[in-house]
Write a protein that binds this ligand. Sequence first.
Ligand SMILES: [Zn+2]
Length: 305
Amino acid sequence: MIANKHILNEVELTFTTEQNQREFELDLLEQRLLQNEDYSKAVNQIATLEFDLQKAQFFGNEALAEKIEQEIKHYKSLKEKLRLELGFDDTQITKPCPICGGTGHNENGYCKCFVKRATALSYKELSTDIPTLSRFSDDTLSHVNGTKIYFEKLHKYADNLNENSKNIIITGKTGTGKTFLAQAVSQSMEDKKVVLFLNANRLNNIFIEMMYLSPQQQNNILNILYTCDFLVIDDLGAERILNNVTAQNLYTIISERQERKKPYMITTNLSLDEIGAKYGDRLFSRLSSRLNLVLELKGSDLRKS
Ligand SMILES: [Zn+2]
């Protein structure tokens, strides 16, 4: 999960607020129902009978307990019937996520509804629209000679992403399917991981916009980029480089992510050497570390076929 406190706290707060709101609305509805005499009687009967049931169970009077249970059942169904007749309308009340019951957490940790919100909020903090990503199933690429092996390997990579996963650099000419693969990898892990897919040009604009923000806001943005579970920088090299801003920030993000064992993926038309020439030796040495895997797509231009 993204290790940004601000994002986690904010998302946690939305779940708490919604839960409170739901409880409040259900309570309000119940209060209105209780104004009906029959309904209120049924509710009181159930309460009294439940008390009697406990007593009967305590004294081991099974026959009586069974009789009381039947009565409770009767009043409960009467209550439900009245609810409907009185126009009980809970459709107006937002239903919680069926997987986690609206808490954002389940036995496996964070529910996918939580991950989704954390991702959306991260994009929002970066003032970036949430991109629509291609899926592995959308593909035409796996049929293209020479790319099928990457396709399968990356699918597996996405399924098993963890802190020991390598960082991946996909190079190749325009139209060989780099972006498609990066999108499909990102899409297939989006239920479990906070994945940010950023075009290099957009990322560069984020760096520029950041210069007009307070140090605290800058830190928050950088921290999101350092700590999201998976970061994709798509089409590196296509952006317009701004003095030191682009290279410096890029280097910081890459090294912070490597330190924190947060995997990333870069797609680019450039070779590693060309990246070195454009962004500096420090970035080159980070990218050519053994933590990184360079995949070169050689397929023909898919957009021409
Ligand atoms: Zn959920």
